[in-house]
Design a protein. Sequence first.
Length: 201
Amino acid sequence: MRVSDTAIAGDFPARRCVSTVLPARRLPADPVHVEIRVSDRGYGVILADSQVFVREALALWLASLSEVAWVAEARDADDALRLALARPPQLVLLDVDLPGRSAFDAGETIRQRRPEARLVFLTGTCCDRDIECAQRTGAAGIVARSESLDALRAALGAVAGGATYHSPEIAARLVLSGGAPRGASERPTTRRSLLTPREVE
């Protein structure tokens, strides 16, 4: 994901917004750098990314959005799961390459324990294997890191509203099995999953 033009270059309006409008609050007895920025409206987001610079920049940007009530940061999948159980989020944004426990395993557990939570995965590779794993968790969105922040905002808004979102390069790799038309209720899958084991080899 491009932590962009508006998020990094020059002045950073999100930092002013966090300090003056959405005061940060540390979770008690927390060994990990996790902050929650609180507002009286919008949806809550758990953001899990092992790259500190990317995570903190995205958290500041998310906290600046009027539709976001709070943001909790997690450095790995275990942290994301712990946070989701401690404070139910509306959205959980997971990088697919988290260290330790698989992001997909954590996502599946979060969906089981917090079925109201909507999962969105961030991926830099857009490979079929990651897309299939994300689909199996019941994820409502898969966003490529090549997307702009405007596209990410639109994706999160769509998912929070009950829709699904796939970046164009992800959507291009998805098909509806059995030849079902687009718009059918069947969950799309990748072309790779339709191959036989011999064809995959």
